[in-house]
Design a protein around this ligand. Structure first.
Ligand SMILES: [Zn+2]
Length: 302
């Protein structure tokens, strides 16, 4: 995917402007971190006389995301050196495309899946929808429903993503925090990817007070496994969650990325196998937990 984007960056590099080139670097960075993107467009959008960055991405399956920088202070249009053509375009359209990306490896997949959809139009309609507050709350609610729990007492944006479970006998006092920047840097930029992260956090909530005897690595793997189960039951794509974890290094609290990806895949397989052998009936939480314990925790029991 590097070739085309390099040509473009050389061409636009002639325009000597720091906001312009820092925007390009920001777009490049996101593009490199994405999992199987098909194409993307880095634009500067005009609002109140200032330009702001927006990165519009289409994945090979046709899904779209819009990435914005949380602390983007924008740049005054009159301070940006632009050609008269560009200036005219930005005043007429309200935005200027400064960089386009294309991943030819996924071109034919994409054409097969999306022959009729106009990706650019989809984008411009979908602006601002990337992990909106409503989407986050909806995602948390759906993950709670998956475990038949009430939603957490409090959900708010904070410095990291995780759950504070509080009293061990009730989920009603749980506090869930999330961090959009962290999610974006992990490649979790759409609702489906976020849903599976929230399923991992929901599993921590569902496990509280159960006396599983898990150590912290086993508990993390169990939560990854439950996210895999949900993906398997609902035909969700676990690829983004797996990709976001695959390079993670082992720590005191968390196992390494490869083990975590394996746990997700074990969850997906269990969901499929269970449904197949039970006429399409999904497993209960206790069925999943039992299967996980047989796979991962049997050493502890003997
Ligand atoms: Zn965790």
């Amino acid at each position: 995917m590097g070739f085309l984007s390099e040509i473009i960056s050389i061409i636009s590099g002639f325009i000597d402007d720091s906001y312009y080139s820092s925007s390009e670097r920001w777009f490049d960075n996101i593009w490199r971190k994405l999992n199987r993107p098909y194409m993307a467009e880095g634009i500067l959008e005009l609002r109140d006389g200032k330009l702001y960055k927006k990165f519009l991405v289409t994945f090979h399956d046709g899904s779209n995301i819009v990435v914005v920088e949380d602390n983007d202070e924008g740049y005054k249009l009159r301070h940006v050196r632009l050609s008269s053509d560009h200036k005219r375009q930005i005043l007429q359209e309200g935005y200027l495309t400064i960089k386009q990306y294309n991943n030819m490896e996924n071109f034919f997949d994409y054409i097969d899946d999306n022959l009729t959809s106009n990706w650019l139009e989809n984008f411009h309609n979908a602006w601002g929808d990337s992990l909106s507050d409503e989407m986050v709350l909806q995602s948390v609610k759906e993950a709670s429903d998956f475990f038949n729990m009430n939603a957490p007492m409090n959900v708010h944006e904070d410095w990291t993503t995780g759950v504070i479970t509080g009293m061990s006998f009730t989920e009603n006092d749980d506090i869930l925090v999330f961090n959009r920047e962290q999610m974006q840097s992990m490649g979790i930029t759409d609702k489906e990817g976020f849903d599976l992260v929230m399923t991992h956090e929901g599993a921590h909530r569902a496990l509280q007070g159960l006396n599983t005897g898990f150590d912290s690595h086993q508990e993390e793997l169990c939560c990854d496994y439950m996210a895999g189960v949900r993906a398997g039951l609902n035909g969700m794509d676990e690829g983004k969650l797996s990709a976001s974890l695959s390079d993670a290094e082992e720590s005191q609290t968390h196992p390494d990325g490869a083990a975590r990806v394996k746990a997700i895949e074990d969850g997906v397989s269990f969901a499929h196998e269970y449904m197949e052998s039970h006429n399409g009936t999904p497993p209960a939480f206790s069925d999943c937990l039992e299967h996980f314990e047989n796979l991962y925790a049997s050493r502890k029991r003997y």
